[in-house]
Design a protein around this ligand. Sequence first.
Ligand code: AMP
Ligand code: GLY
Length: 415
Amino acid sequence: MNILILGGGGREHAIAWAFAQNPKAERVFCAPGNAGIAEDVETLSLDVLSGERILAFCRENDVGFVMIGPEAPLAEGVADALRAGGMLTLGPGRAAAQLEASKAFTKEICEACGAPTAASQTFTDPEAARAYVRTEGAPIVVKADGLAAGKGVTVAETLEAAEAALEAIFDEGAGARVVIEEFMTGEEASLFVLANGEEFVTLGTAQDHKRAFDGDTGPNTGGMGAYSPAPVMTPEVTERALAEIVRPTLAEMARRGTPFQGVLYVGLMIEAGAPRLVEYNVRLGDPEAQVLAMRLGGQLLDICLACAEGDFSQAKVTFAEDHAITVVMAAQGYPGSYAKGEPIGLPVIDDPRLKIFHAGTKAAEGGIVSNGGRVLNVTARAATLREARDLAYEAADRIDWPGGFLRRDIGWRAL
Ligand code: AMP
Ligand code: GLY
């Protein structure tokens, strides 16, 4: 079968690498891909927001399955368009993608199905929002309602910070909506499930590191590293999260006539063994996909196909008792402004336990250059997290890119 993956980051490199290992995969295409993806599968440029163009490409190239990596095409309804065109596709339609695209919608679903989450209220009126913040006091969490590439959330330690966050959101203009939430304490972790309607399989757990610098300091980023499994997600906590959050949510989505199909990324806060929902995403995480794909390998394709086909009976997943870690190398200045086009010297890797997934890279004359904020994901798997971490950092230290930086403490919580 020929397969098309939409996206061009570290997540899509990991998906492409895993899919390509499965004998079911004949030609694997990735649009737009990046320099690293182009070494493993075929890349092409294609408007990933245009269902029509994607369908035309699939017809011309005998593609039988489309995997949608990032949230933007999902929120735009690309999965609806592809399925309407008869294409086997993994990813929710526009209505179900609201679970990521609107934080107010997710709150409404949690309330309707009784899933535990932070107490919250949604506002469109700036005065009412300010009054609520003053009544509740700090710390408090202020979230812009829509997709904001991870930049829409302010965990405000003070009233001033909360009011500044409100001002920034309402300054965006008419129609701005804000969710104001109780500040939750505990440990964060993510649970990944592949769902079709009310049926699902668990892909695994992971923890990422959102802050830019060591010791979880500095500004929030898309994620500077991740590891899987997350020790805080014990079998008991996982079962509670499935029973109290995932199953009720899937049932509520089905009841509304908008069943969820695709990857449900369940962001959790765990305190005293009790999980509460922080957020949903409707796709694999980046860089969490890198560690999940590293552990699942070619099986990832089998379970994605089973999910898209709505028949999990044939999906046999063997979860190895191993650990994976990924360390992100980012351009100095990220998540603020940074340089692009810097040459990167990559080491030759001939260890099957190691893989450098590319995020923001581009092929140039003479080699590879940086082309984004997060640029490389040095990923390793081993019997223990410690071993995997040592492998990853040894490989990262062989990368020749003076303009890059990485965190030295990925996995610290579990080690
Ligand atoms: P989100 O985009 O909703 O995942 O929020 C980004 C990050 O903000 C999360 O990963 C948490 O670290 C933090 N956060 C979000 N909501 C809360 C909350 N209610 N309490 C504490 N921290 C939160
Ligand atoms: N690493 C966080 C995310 O993918 O949303």
